[in-house]
Design a protein around this ligand. Structure first.
Ligand SMILES: Cc1cc2nc3c(=O)[nH]c(=O)nc-3n(C[C@H](O)[C@H](O)[C@H](O)COP(=O)(O)OP(=O)(O)OC[C@H]3O[C@@H](n4cnc5c(N)ncnc54)[C@H](O)[C@@H]3O)c2cc1C
Length: 317
């Protein structure tokens, strides 16, 4: 049986489109966990037109679509995922235009562009606003979708507008107010973020570089950056009685769960909110450990943790 026989829809969806297609594509290599199964099809559109047509055809044919960024907040199940996984690494999704439309400080950035690279380029151009995000592995589209950030700020602080192609292939623009950025969340509808316009401020490059070093040093001191992970597994919960957001890592630590393991997955000794894996671990090890930690924290503190890391499973959105 050929690959196309296994996924008969693939020819009718892609054959005439300007896309690169890999059938039965291993996804582990595209994620920071470096584990998990295959996508039925990994598709790299070479234009926004091709992306829009592809999304429309998938919707009409009932083929599930997922968008992959840098895979830094993602766990792919051992059985992989059905349907189409989109990766925006063609040049049209990697653009960076500084002082866009003649507006000083406005940056137009492709949704597939690497966030770290973009931070260094904007700092080099003496533009402030993205430096609080140094050390967060992401594409710009993935960072917008998750409103990535931390102690020093979030990407939503500097987003002016975002371009998104909907599952029915429509191109829409969302202003900051319509996006509704909140803690690790946006109100953006389903679809693929193809660009973002950022509003940055003139600043001194040397001072920004000092800031980059300070923030990087802080992150390295609190996060297990040498291990395979997807960053914080859970959102910091709000305690009902006080209305205060508390550290999920601290709750896990206080529950004595650091170092707990299932198979190749372990609650980091350095940061309780990180679940790290050994090479060869199974995604189900991580999922079982997440379940166990969540139940223990609930039993000991009464707090229900909400997962931040996205799990991709066959047959599920
Ligand atoms: C070592 C480490 C440290 C981290 N530290 C932080 C931190 O300090 N703060 C923080 O917020 N996060 C942190 N993270 C998590 C991660 O970096 C962020 O969540 C980041 O925003 C993920 O972006 P991504 O491009 O990798 O998205 P992915 O992980 O590829 O995808 C995550 C979700 O976004 C969706 N998505 C991705 N791209 C698009 C797109 N173009 N359009 C629409 N949807 C899209 C995916 O479908 C998925 O639902 C860390 C991760 C690691 C591994």
């Amino acid at each position: 049986m050929t690959m196309t026989d296994a996924h008969p829809w693939s020819t009718s969806l892609f054959a005439d489109l300007d896309v690169e297609v890999e059938l039965d594509a291993p996804l582990g290599v595209h994620t920071w966990y470096a584990i998990g199964g295959k996508a039925d099809a990994l598709v790299r559109p070479r234009s926004e037109d091709a992306l829009a047509t592809l999304l429309r055809r998938c919707a009409r044919n009932g083929v599930r679509v997922r968008t992959l960024g840098a895979g830094a907040n993602l766990l792919v199940d051992d059985d992989g995922v059905d349907g189409v996984v989109i990766k925006l690494d063609a040049p049209c999704f990697q653009e960076l235009r500084l002082n866009a439309e003649g507006a000083p400080g406005r940056a137009h950035v492709g949704g597939g562009r690497d966030l770290g690279k973009t931070i260094h380029e904007t700092v080099r151009a003496s533009l402030a606003g993205l430096e609080p995000l140094i050390g967060i592995p992401a594409t710009v589209g993935g960072a917008v979708r998750m409103n990535a950030g931390g102690k020093y700020g979030a990407i939503g602080d500097v987003v002016e507008s975002v371009g998104l192609v909907t599952p029915s292939g429509e191109r829409r623009t969302y202003s900051k107010d319509a996006i509704g950025f909140s803690y690790r969340h946006t109100d953006l509808p389903a679809g693929t973020v193809t660009w973002a316009v950022l509003r940055l401020k003139p600043a001194d490059t040397a001072a920004l570089r000092v800031r980059l070093r300070e923030i990087s040093a802080y992150k390295a001191s609190v996060q297990p950056l040498g291990d395979l992970s997807a960053g914080c597994m859970w959102k910091n919960p709000v305690i009902e009685s006080t209305g205060q957001r508390v550290s999920a890592g601290k709750l896990i630590d206080e529950a004595g769960l650091k170092g707990t393991s299932v198979g190749g997955a372990t609650v980091s000794m350095q940061h309780g909110n990180f679940i790290t894996v050994r090479p060869g671990a199974r995604a189900t090890d991580v999922m079982e450990l997440v379940e166990r930690v969540g139940q223990e924290v609930l039993a000991r503190t009464g707090v229900r943790l909400e997962r931040e890391v996205v799990f991709w499973k066959r047959g599920q959105d």
